[in-house]
Design a protein around this ligand. Sequence first.
Ligand code: NAD
Length: 335
Amino acid sequence: MKFRVVNASPLDNPFARDVLGRIGADYEHRPCWSDAELIELARDADGIISSPVERYPREVSANLARCKVISNMGVGYDTIDVDAATEHGICVAYVPDYCMDEVAEHAMALILACARQIAAINSIMKEGKLTRLQPPWVERPIFKLRGQTLGLVGFGRIARTLVRKAQGFGLKVVVYDPYISPGTVVGYDVEMAHELNQLLKKSDFVSVHIPLTRDTEHLFGLKQFRKMKPTAYFINTSRGGLVDQEALHKALTEGHIAGAGLDVIEPDLDLGNPLLKLDNVIYTGHAGFYSETSGPELRRRAVEEVVRVLQGKWPQSWANPQVKDKFIARWGKKA
Ligand code: NAD
């Protein structure tokens, strides 16, 4: 019987037909906007190519009669209920290590834009609202980067990629990541903070590079923003859900921090979010991952994971290796 692989995301996968064709699998792309639509499309699919846009709750996994793998075109998998997928013998694959340079560059761009007040100055110029005869054109103070401190919350792939770029601008770097071994920072010339508060108090820029999980949801609230310097900037290229949006709004309007450079908000692309009305916020609409080369790499690798599983191998990068017993019990050794 021919394999059937579906893609329910808004984005088609240009590699899918070719790569899946090599194992004789059919491919169908149909964007789905509800659980019911998704179940209808994927009920008898052998594999699913997913994206960080649509959701895979328990209800969906429970209604997939033949699905052996959900392969996410993303670095994470927080849109997929992994426990439920595991219970139904479904591998959850993802692509954790693409776009490291892109996101690190994006974080650096936000740091630079905040430091140099690029967005505010640009608006003043374009709107013809010059109120001063010479720089600084903006009210907020501008400091040179050299000698300032960048605090990295999380020291995984992206943060480690960012360090060298930031140090090139003369920034000192302090890191908080309670899950890494001391050896991880060797050779990076960074200072380790033992508590988040220590980093928040020290940093002129706080840049967040941790996953969104049950433990990290709303990790940044008013208490944390109050610990930051009033001249400091909060940079988030990770996930909007890490931040209590109301608390950030309060921190920005009451002057607990100077500004924020956000690639992500909660929910993403909610253009009615009050944060976007503030002139000390820069928002880039979850564009951090993007470059002409990152997208193709992501999509190709996501399809390759589907092929791997349908050919009876385990994924290269997966969220639930603990699914093995359940997978073998439900599908046999070969997919
Ligand atoms: P990673 O898994 O390599 O590193 C995450 C690090 O966070 C790990 O070292 C972990 O120990 C640490 N960590 C976990 N919980 C923590 C906590 N409570 N406090 C401090 N440290 C903690 O991840 P990565 O590849 O560096 O990516 C980081 C995040 O960037 C991803 O989770 C994703 O949400 C986001 N991301 C965004 C985009 C974008 O387009 N904006 C693209 C890719 C990734």
